[in-house]
Design a binder for this molecule. Structure first.
Ligand code: BG6
Ligand code: MG
Length: 216
């Protein structure tokens, strides 16, 4: 019996994944190299410093810790320029309707994101109040694929993992959900999210019943 849902933010509720990519690419370019959209898949769901370490590895660059913090801060400033003017209109198609359906069916929902900007983005798009809790990168100590972020969300809602569906656009996020015994719905392509119980291309036209059937 499903009692709750947990949503990742970047790439699930809003299309901020593309802004992370643009900002990281700018950083790589300033350091004299580039990386592809395919490599970017590996950054999804990964913390800011974790992402930086991966990118530096791809560029074959070694860097002192204090320099890393400087570059990570720069990237975050670039990223924040993109989210500055965000509003409700940036909520991805169908998400609002899907949340409304959950509400009508008394299914609780929470946020489970690696981002330290999650609270700011949720405020901008006006969704903060209706989520039971917002678990983000400022609250967790372990990154995806560790299930901690989702476990904290489930605990706040008073539900077990097996009673909860996680929606994720990152392979590492899907893995985190599975590692914690949650149901996982991948949002994106089956190619990278095939491990999930169900993969959807987005929320447009999606009903909760379709999800319940799809995860069986
Ligand atoms: C995740 C994104 O949601 O948050 C990653 O998928 C990002 O791309 C991570 O690196 C951390 O975000 P932030 O906002 O704390 O730098
Ligand atoms: Mg994501």
């Amino acid at each position: 019996m499903i009692k709750a849902c947990i949503f990742d933010l970047d790439g699930v509720i809003v299309d901020t994944a593309k802004y992370h990519f643009i900002a990281w690419r700018k950083l790589a370019n300033e350091l004299g190299f580039d990386f592809t959209e395919k490599e970017n898949e590996k950054l999804k769901g990964v913390s800011r410093m974790g992402s930086l370490n991966l990118i530096l590895e791809w560029g074959g660059i070694k860097m002192e810790e204090d320099k890393k913090v400087e570059w990570a801060t720069k990237k975050n400033e670039w990223y924040k320029e993109h989210i500055l003017d965000m509003g409700e209109e940036e909520i991805l198609p169908g998400v609002r309707q899907f949340l409304n359906e959950l509400k009508a069916k008394n299914i609780q929902y929470a946020l489970g994101s690696a981002s330290k900007n999650a609270a700011a983005v949720m405020n901008k798009i006006g969704l903060t109040e209706e989520f039971v809790t917002i678990i983000d990168g400022t609250k967790t100590t372990k990154g995806k694929p560790d299930p901690q972020v989702f476990q904290m969300g489930a605990e706040a809602m008073g539900v077990q993992a097996e009673e909860c569906i996680v929606f994720e656009d990152a392979a590492k996020g899907v893995q985190a959900a599975l590692n914690g015994n949650f149901y996982a719905v991948g949002v994106g392509s089956p190619e990278s999210l095939g491990a999930a119980h169900m993969v959807i291309s987005g929320f447009e036209g999606l009903t909760f019943d379709q999800v319940l059937q799809g995860i069986q």
